[in-house]
Design a protein around this ligand. Structure first.
Ligand code: M6R
Length: 364
């Protein structure tokens, strides 16, 4: 049931601290300060290349994971939406691991990609939320998310749980490759374990987000900008908004703005900038200022330090708790989800059952 919540989507957004904690429990050994996998004897040390394939929001989780696998494990990563992966001629060499990511475990294109990779001799890992699904059954390495049933068509808690699993998998791969010292492993465990509390901190901004939703609800077009792991979040933010509010939205890598999309900017286009303070902050803020100089209405999502440093000129800010960069994608997913939710409610659309969409896409 929806409990006290008006929509399943809102209930599922609010469940995130609990389900992420629940998911992390099967991947982190808190006492030993170690990361592990549910199938401990699966050998990751021979993996030479990773191919990540998924659709929609699950694809964006995969896009965040690409940064992590490359950064921590130094393993090259190929990433594709399933419907494209199937119809190009991907080169899959020995020692490759295919990772499919899917809430339902039944998405037709992702399942077909899994089968194709298997026929090409790849090992298959599946990050899935439905443990009885086809993908779960057909994988060599089943990596469950413990989000519980997700009813809202817009995926929310499945996404943050996927990120939790993928971060743990990246750490395991790094470990298997001899690229993670004990001290680094301890630190990763500590940061990941902080995610549930940080998600709670992010939820505390719900009312403030609701109060600013009208700025976005009045728009015809909305842009989302981010850099690094915030780039996939920008794409996810735009997808969420389109799906449930029917407002046209696009996510861009912040640095791509001047290569075209900046031509769209005027005072009718809200631009949501996702920029936690950290090594990429300055660069993103300078892209933000380019938008402001052209009259764009910037809504900045950052932490207190970031918002201070960015200075005047935004129409609104959303303050997130200050978190380690590893868990920032999980934490920043919350304001992005809440903003889409409140905009859709303000517009009076059917949040849980948006038009033309199905929860699980089992046809190609
Ligand atoms: O069940 P899956 O994770 O494989 O589904 C993939 C997409 O269909 C799904 O994420 C879709 O994009 C959602 N409606 C996004 O909110």
């Amino acid at each position: 049931s929806k409990g006290n919540h008006r929509h399943y989507m809102l209930k599922e957004i609010y469940e995130q601290p609990i389900v992420v904690a629940q998911t992390l429990r099967s991947y982190l050994q808190r006492m030993e300060e170690q990361v592990t996998l549910p199938i401990p004897d699966f050998d990751l040390s021979a993996i030479k290349r990773v191919t990540i394939v998924a659709c929609g929001t699950s694809f964006y989780a995969g896009m965040v994971a690409k940064y992590w696998f490359e950064q921590f494990a130094r393993v090259p990563v190929d990433l594709d939406v399933a419907s494209e992966f199937r119809y190009r001629a991907p080169v899959m060499e020995e020692g490759g691991l295919m990772i499919v990511i899917s809430q339902s475990g039944e998405t037709a294109d992702t399942l077909a990609a899994l089968r194709h990779a298997r026929s090409e001799g790849q090992k298959i890992a599946a990050v899935v939320n439905v443990p009885t699904s086809s993908m779960a059954r057909e994988a060599d390495l089943l990596l469950p998310t413990h989000a519980g049933p997700e009813i809202g068509v817009a995926s929310t808690k499945a996404f943050t749980c996927q990120l939790a699993v993928l971060a743990a998998l990246a750490a395991n791969l790094a470990k298997a490759k001899g690229r993670l010292s004990e001290a680094e492993e301890k630190a990763l465990v500590k940061h990941l374990a902080e995610a549930p509390a940080a998600l709670n901190g992010a939820l505390a901004y719900d009312e403030a987000i609701q109060a600013m939703a009208h700025v976005v609800a009045a728009a015809r077009d909305v842009l989302y900008l981010g850099r690094g792991t915030d780039y996939p979040l920008a794409l996810e933010g735009a997808l969420k908004l389109k799906e449930i509010s029917y407002i046209h939205a696009e996510g861009y890598a912040a640095g791509e703005m001047k290569h075209g999309p900046i031509a769209l900017i005027d005072d009718a286009v809200p631009v949501i900038v996702i920029a936690p303070s950290g090594p990429l902050f300055e660069k993103t803020v300078s892209n933000m200022q380019e938008v402001q100089a052209r009259g764009g209405k910037v809504i900045l999502i950052s932490d207190y330090d970031g918002i201070e440093a960015a200075g005047e000129g935004t129409v609104a800010t959303i303050t997130m708790p200050k978190v380690h960069p590893l868990i920032a994608p999980l934490v920043y997913a919350v304001p992005v989800q809440l903003l889409a939710y409140h905009v859709a409610v303000a517009k009076g659309t059917d949040v849980d059952q948006p038009r033309n969409l199905a929860k699980s896409v089992t046809v190609e």
